[in-house]
Write a protein that binds this ligand. Structure first.
Ligand SMILES: *[C@@H]1O[C@H](CO)[C@@H](O)[C@H](O)[C@H]1NC(C)=O
Ligand SMILES: *[C@@H]1O[C@H](CO)[C@@H](O)[C@H](O)[C@H]1NC(C)=O
Ligand SMILES: *[C@@H]1O[C@H](CO)[C@@H](O)[C@H](O)[C@H]1NC(C)=O
Length: 631
């Protein structure tokens, strides 16, 4: 008996190999007939044909199926607990790998057994192959066939969602599902959202669906976490009410009962550490908008620690991180920072995670600890950090804090959040969180990023955050940036990478702030000597001769660098002087056209009056003869 099965398996593998090598050789065509040569010798029949051996294959498969069925029928008689997956997997893997058209056949064979197969781990792999196949070979598999699978699985959705293996099929299936099926799946979850979310495996499905769903569907999942009544009257909730407070007032729910219900839902989730999901982040955030002082403080205490790192990669998670930093006690802040140890680089490079670090820089008074853990780790990879969009925000926050030039509206909203019941301010702050949340809802997403002013001429209004530390903010920055040694390393990095930074869309802001000495002149006078070296470094790059066949555009002519240099000439008198002396004096004729003319013209308005006079004299003739246009 065993021998028969072995022979079947061996036969299948052989045939598979054969078919694949046939395909390979037909692709390679005449080039190399020795590919699979061994096989064409042993199977002389195939050597004659150069076509896809579909006839052979069908024959072979039928033969194999019959043999296997026979063998299995016999086996079944003998063994009571015969496992279905053995019967199917070999055949299916074989089919999917070789001949797409046989999938329908496979489907027929599996009919009525799919959820059983999906729940056992061996064949759920097979089903994954099958689902993959569905996606890539839509031509060969009809929508009807896919619908049939969906319909067959429907009664088992909840059970499958908590099965370690079947969950893969469920998520794969949802990825490819048409809208109606997704909607149907979501309504089948109705009444089970909270319990699934408490389940390690089940929570994966909820999160998956939450990410796939549209706003209405997201909301439908969330409201089940708010109140048991909403589970019954789900249809009452329309998409217009997205905030929990609004839902409470619209549906005249009892706030205390919502708090009670949410506590009972969220507590087990927190205890089990199911913290990676964005739906959980959103639910906790909403909970904090209504929670009383004690419950809110309790949540902050529970989240502040190692686990916070797992949450701050989503927008809502990062907001929770910010709230923990702001409302946490000194002890909790310490735990948060220590929990970030050895993850700092990763957090810094994350769009949302980096905002928690920005917040730490703004409010934590224990600068020794922040330097020791966060600054040290950032320094280890400073060059990469200042060229990366999220990473550079941290450096910019120290150089020029709370700037709307460098932070997006969404960032600013996040930094401005506070928990109503824990807010120090007696006045209307209960609504602040809610209002700002609402604003951010409107601004959510990438669109905001696009709006960020590219040119430096944007208005820079600094914002005020809510719950700061006790320390003077300039002193805190001084300690974090200058005393920690970060600034020195930063200037070194800028010297080394001046050209790259000036030419890069993301790097130019950092070098601009460093050259100008940061807000409040934070780098002066301690680092003046080093800054002079940086001015020299930039000026010497700018003084390079203009060669047509250069690999990189000249610093004075490249789009970003010319604009940044222009701004620097306007804003930084020391730099204007160095650049004039080293790079432009006597060479104006080369630079009066194109992007570089912006730099040249800036000297007519520079903040260094000595240089301004010198430049005026030299530029006058070019203005007169019309080479340099000043409007
Ligand atoms: C979300 O999808 C459901 C089902 O497809 C649909 O009825 C609803 O109108 C959609 N809502 C939005 C806001 O697109
Ligand atoms: C930036 O925000 C923090 C956080 O509240 C605040 O303490 C600080 O004063 C602000 N900095 C400036 C320069 O406005
Ligand atoms: C302005 O330029 C002059 C001449 O290059 C230079 O000596 C002086 O130090 C500059 N002024 C400032 C404030 O840097």
């Amino acid at each position: 008996m065993a021998a028969t099965t072995m022979a079947t398996a061996a036969g299948a593998v052989l045939l598979l190999y054969y078919a694949l090598s046939r395909r390979a050789s037909s692709i390679a065509e005449e080039e190399d007939s020795t590919v699979g040569g061994d096989y064409s010798e042993s199977k002389s029949r195939s050597a004659k044909k150069r076509k896809w051996p579909i006839g052979d294959l069908a024959f072979g498969i039928n033969y194999l199926i019959r043999r296997q069925e026979l063998a299995e029928a016999r086996k079944k008689k003998r063994k009571k607990h015969y496992s279905l997956e053995q019967a199917i997997s070999l055949f299916e893997i074989f089919c999917f790998g070789v001949c797409p058209r046989l999938v329908s056949e496979a489907l027929k064979k599996m009919k009525g057994k799919i959820s059983e197969i999906a729940s056992s781990h061996v064949s759920s792999r097979v089903l994954q192959v099958f689902m993959w196949f569905h996606r890539t070979c839509v031509k060969h598999c009809s929508q009807e066939e896919r619908n049939a699978v969906f319909v067959e699985l429907r009664p088992n959705f909840i059970a499958m969602s908590t099965n370690t293996y079947a969950v893969h099929l469920v998520t794969k299936m949802l990825d490819n599902a048409p809208k109606e099926q997704l909607a149907e799946f979501i309504s089948s979850l109705h009444g089970h959202v909270a319990s699934l979310l408490r389940h390690m495996v089940g929570s994966l499905v909820i999160e998956h669906v939450y990410n796939l769903g549209n706003a209405t569907q997201k909301q439908a999942l969330l409201v089940e976490l708010y109140s048991p009544e909403l589970q019954l009257f789900k249809d009452m909730v329309t998409v217009k009410e997205t905030r929990l407070v609004d839902i409470i007032s619209k549906l005249k729910l009892q706030k205390s009962s919502v708090i009670r219900h949410m506590t009972s839902v969220l507590q087990p989730i927190l205890e089990k550490g199911i913290l990676d999901h964005s739906i959980v982040h959103r639910a906790i955030l909403e909970y904090l908008t209504i929670a009383d002082k004690t419950s809110a403080a309790d949540i902050i205490q529970q989240l502040s620690g190692l686990d916070l790192v797992r949450m701050i990669h989503t927008n809502d998670g990062s907001r929770l991180g910010i709230l923990c930093v702001k409302h946490g006690s000194a002890k909790e802040r310490k735990k948060i920072i220590k929990g970030m140890k050895s993850h700092v680089q990763k957090i810094a490079h994350d769009k949302f995670g980096s905002m928690v670090l920005v917040c730490i820089f703004s409010v934590v008074d224990d600068t020794k600890l922040v330097s020791k853990i966060i600054i040290r780790e950032l320094e280890s990879n400073l060059k990469e950090l200042i060229l990366q969009q999220s990473g550079q925000r941290l450096i910019l926050q120290l150089l020029h804090p709370n700037s709307t030039r460098y932070l997006t509206p969404n960032d600013i909203t996040s930094l401005g959040l506070s928990i109503p019941s824990l807010s120090n301010k007696a006045t209307p702050s209960p609504y602040l969180l809610l209002c700002t949340l609402f604003i951010s809802e409107l601004n959510d997403g990438e669109a905001v990023e696009e709006e960020k002013k590219d040119e430096g001429d944007g208005v820079d209004t600094s914002i005020l955050l809510n719950e700061g530390g006790k320390k003077d903010s300039l002193k805190r920055r001084q300690e974090l940036l200058v005393n920690s040694g970060l600034a020195e390393k930063l200037i070194d990095a800028c010297c080394e990478m001046a050209g790259d930074l000036l030419r890069s869309k993301t790097g130019k802001d950092v070098i601009y702030e460093v050259v100008t000495g940061g807000a409040d002149g934070i780098l002066h006078p301690t680092l003046d000597e080093k800054l002079n070296m940086l001015y020299e470094a930039i000026a010497s790059l700018a003084s390079e001769a203009k060669v047509d066949e250069q690999k990189e555009e000249h610093l004075l002519e490249q789009f970003h660098s010319s604009r940044t240099l222009r701004k620097l000439v306007l804003d930084c008198p020391e730099f204007a002087s160095t650049l004039w002396e080293k790079a432009l004096k006597g060479k104006i004729a080369d630079w009066v056209k194109g992007h570089s003319s912006k730099v040249v013209k800036a000297f007519l308005e520079t903040s260094n009056s000595t240089v301004k006079e010198l430049a005026k004299k030299e530029l006058q003739p070019f203005v007169k003869n019309g080479d340099l246009s000043v409007e």
